[in-house]
Design a protein around this ligand. Structure first.
Ligand SMILES: [Zn+2]
Length: 176
């Protein structure tokens, strides 16, 4: 049976994302306007569509492209991309449980949130193509892991340091 974040964990997950936004955006000196271009949302397992649920990683990143009538382009249409960070509650809870209180839920969530936000920014900026080859994506995972580590330096504390040590780029943080 699928397991979901409980009433204590949901606000902690939300806080992890707002903390991660602050840290990541200030680290990359990203202003409001750039953030607007990188539209994304975050959903937990209970709210995911079937195709957004994947085994084996903490999060699954989905990209949706929409056409909208804008009147700004020749044919009056522009395409905008939207990213959904699909949290796999059960995998995250399993990892926390297996670590036997060694890994703290909040610290792991902060890492996952910052990692996913950096993916969204890099895909949004065109630094890597969403449909890149598996090899390129494996390379991208390493880059994102390192950038996440750097972006989180300002918030570094014991629990987070443990997470950064345990979940190296060898571990599947996410699936894009
Ligand atoms: Zn990743």
């Amino acid at each position: 049976m699928a397991r979901y974040f409980n009433a204590d964990q949901l606000p902690l997950a939300r806080k992890a994302f707002s903390d991660a936004e602050r840290l990541v955006f200030s680290h990359f000196a990203i202003g409001e306007n750039v953030f607007q271009k990188n539209k994304y949302d975050v959903k937990t397992l209970a709210y995911l569509e079937q195709h957004e649920i994947k085994d084996g990683a903490f999060a699954h990143l989905c990209k949706y492209s929409y056409e909208k009538q804008s009147g700004l382009t020749e044919n009056g249409k522009s395409v905008f991309d939207f990213y959904r960070i699909c949290l796999q509650d059960n995998i995250i809870l399993d990892a926390v449980e297996r670590a036997n209180s060694f890994i703290k839920f909040s610290a792991l969530m902060l890492y996952i949130a910052a990692h996913e936000l950096i993916h969204v920014l890099r895909f949004g900026n065109g630094e890597i193509d969403f449909n890149a080859s598996d090899d390129q994506k494996a390379e991208e995972e390493k880059i994102v892991h390192n950038l996440t580590k750097i972006a989180l330096q300002r918030a570094l504390h014991h629990d987070l340091a443990v997470v950064l040590d345990c979940f190296s780029n060898q571990f599947r943080i996410c699936d894009t």
